[in-house]
Design a binder for this molecule. Structure first.
Ligand code: NAD
Length: 328
């Protein structure tokens, strides 16, 4: 058993959070992660309305009695969602754990804390982590440049962020971005983290609701198969390097630069969603972290978390032995 402040706070067995993922964080996957001992997280904005989120929460409860959370991510969107409505609906449905991320999360964090909820806030700089700490978050999810989706604009890898977190943060933190196996989890624990957040790794599980072709594409890909879009729009996103992503980058590189309207049809979330539905990896934009270079199979969530737990314990015990030997 790997007991950490995260497992104790959230009431989970393994210090692993399945982070919010647009179009992926649906009841079946969330319940499977929680049943397997981690923390499953429903992605609020994947649901078309706060009322649909209520139904997704109830559907998840039918599949698990274990704790699970809800993610709300605040980023530029084509149609700005009713963030407050989603937040209120989830609290009213009895959700006690929230993952927040994105821009200006203050009001949302304050609301969840006023409702007695646990907040895990994901951020990509120590500066933002400290301001979230002042707002009273319970856990910080420190998101390194390796991550899928939005890594911020400062391009700092997880190793440095986590080492700084160890020295400078007061609340527990988990490592996010670049983690898909036991070496990642053991490394994160060595860096003082209370656990890890994994996204891309969970996309490639049996219970993940995306088309099998996309899971196979992840298995067949390497860490060189992602690319950043939206760099010039200051909304950088790491996505799978497919035809559409390369077209977006080419438009952004034009001497005149690009406005969001120039790429809007290519990048729309609804088009990306079709990738997961129809299994064509080139149909639209879809998020992927560089951990795709570490993912070689499609296990169930239970198999994945069991393996992660036992291999992490082996690594930690092995390190103890090595360190002891080297000091004899
Ligand atoms: P969408 O269709 O509204 O937009 C598609 C992409 O374009 C997103 O990455 C978005 O951030 C970006 N974008 C939209 N307007 C922009 C602008 N004016 N300038 C620069 N970039 C812009 O997004 P969607 O796929 O329907 O997702 C809805 C929301 O959920 C978005 O804010 C998205 O970023 C966010 N999201 C959440 C998660 C999560 O883990 N919860 C993951 C990915 C995206």
């Amino acid at each position: 058993m790997i007991v950490t402040p995260l497992t104790k706070l959230l009431g989970i067995r393994i210090p692993v959070v399945q982070g919010g993922m647009q179009w992926v964080g649906l009841p079946k996957l969330v319940a499977a992660v929680s049943e397997a001992g981690g923390l499953g997280v429903l992605t609020a904005l994947t649901q078309p309305s706060p009322d649909a989120l209520r139904i997704a929460i109830r559907d998840t409860r039918k599949l698990t009695t274990k704790p699970f959370g809800v993610n709300i991510t605040l980023l530029p969107t084509i149609n700005p969602p009713d963030y407050e409505g989603y937040a209120r609906a989830a609290v009213e449905e009895g959700i006690k754990i929230f993952e927040t991320a994105g821009n200006n999360p203050g009001p949302l964090i304050k609301f969840f804390k006023s409702q007695g909820c646990i907040v895990v806030h994901k951020c990509t700089t120590i500066r933002h982590a400290k301001s979230a700490e002042r707002l009273g978050v319970d856990v910080l999810s420190i998101d390194g440049f390796e991550c899928a989706g939005h890594p911020g604009e400062e391009d700092i890898g997880g190793l440095v962020l986590l080492a700084r977190a160890a020295k400078e943060l007061k609340v527990p933190y988990i490592a996010s971005g670049g983690i898909a196996d036991a070496r990642g989890l053991a490394g994160a624990l060595a860096l003082g983290a209370a656990g890890v957040n994994m996204g891309t790794r969970f996309m490639c599980t049996v219970e993940s609701p995306i088309h099998h072709n996309i899971k196979e594409k992840i298995v067949a890909s390497t860490e060189q198969d992602t690319v950043h879009i939206f760099r010039t729009l200051h909304n950088t996103a790491r996505v799978f390097k497919n035809k559409v992503a390369l077209e977006v980058v080419a438009i952004e590189r034009k001497p005149a630069g690009a406005k969001f309207e120039d790429v809007r049809d290519l990048v729309s979330g609804n088009r990306g969603r079709m990738v997961y539905e129809n299994g064509d990896p080139d149909y639209g934009i879809w998020s992927a972290g560089i951990t795709i270079g570490l993912i070689h199979d499609i296990p169930t969530c239970a198999e994945l978390l069991k393996r992660l737990e036992s291999e992490t314990e082996e690594i930690i015990n092995g390190l103890h032995t090595t360190v002891l030997k080297s000091h004899l």
